[in-house]
Design a protein around this ligand. Sequence first.
Ligand code: UT7
Length: 334
Amino acid sequence: MQEYKKLNAVITGVGMFVPEKVMDNAYFESIIDTSDEWITTRTGIKERRKLENGATSDMAAKAILDLLKSKNMSAEEIDVIIIPTATPDMLFPATACIVQRKVGAVNAWGFDLLAACSGFLFALQVGRSLIESGSYKKVIVCGSDKMTSITDYTDRNTCILFGDASAAVLLEPTEDLSIGIQDSILKVDGNGEEHLHMKGGGSLNPPTHETVDKKMHYIYQDGKAVYKAAVPGMANVSYEIMQKNNLTSDDVAYLVPHQANLRIIDATAKRMGVGKEKVMININKYGNTTTATIPLCLTEYSRNGKLKKGDKIILAAFGAGYTWGSMYIVWGMD
Ligand code: UT7
């Protein structure tokens, strides 16, 4: 009988793309009734980016090419491309197919995954399984969202929150079980639909003049309701994964949270007992980029030398669905 070696999936490469155009809080002061003070104290956001030309796939292709360049790796080596996104280029084909063509990954298959702001975590879990099964050796998970394409710039409740970006990780197998993805806790609760959704354009409400007039092709969010669910959701699941893996706050090198609101992030860190210096933050620069927030953090902190091999990190997210979860990873890159 063939013996199967236990494999871990480890992140061995990172890459990112953010568009050049910056929308700062002063810009929002000029288009809606808001203030830099309100946005900063309620959300922690100072700036976000806007992709002026192109689509989600263009940002994803650039993030993946950035990753490949940093690894000196050819696109032909990629086995699978998973694109978590809430803003696919089209309803079909999958954005992953368009990205496959744009990067020249001629040997890859792939698909999109929709779990809104938890999309990166959910996709990482799927990528992890493909690696651990021994079936694939090089899996790219690339969170990419052009949130400005579904944002209503007359709705002050939502428009200040979101931005565009893409970031990717490469998963590979390792027999060193002390590194890589160790554990995950992932959840959905469909009761969240009423508080955070985009109702138009799908099979329930195909596009008509009426759906456009009713602004059904934009994000709808009842911020207060989502906030009330997000704080315990993200905090509890982050604490739970520490307990499950016997981790103390001293063991944890970083919390890598989805960046929707600095107050939600602070509450999560507090529940875990970790100080602010151990929390990865980019919300001030990019706002909420949905599936890109976590891999953007990983790329920036890895590249600036703050994230080191052996660091124990907890990823956490909460988003539309509701979807939420946490992951425990031991960083494997030098
Ligand atoms: O990533 C996916 C998951 N999403 C989240 O996790 C987001 C969760 N929600 C939140 O982060 C927060 O609820 C928001 C940042 C969206 C809003 O913060 P809040 O502290 O919950 O504000 P609020 O909705 O309770 O609104 C407070 C006040 C309201 O005025 P009244 O009714 O008290 O007079 C709003 O009209 O602030 C007003 N307001 C604004 N004022 C200035 C709402 N948006 C703005 C704005 N500028 N942009």
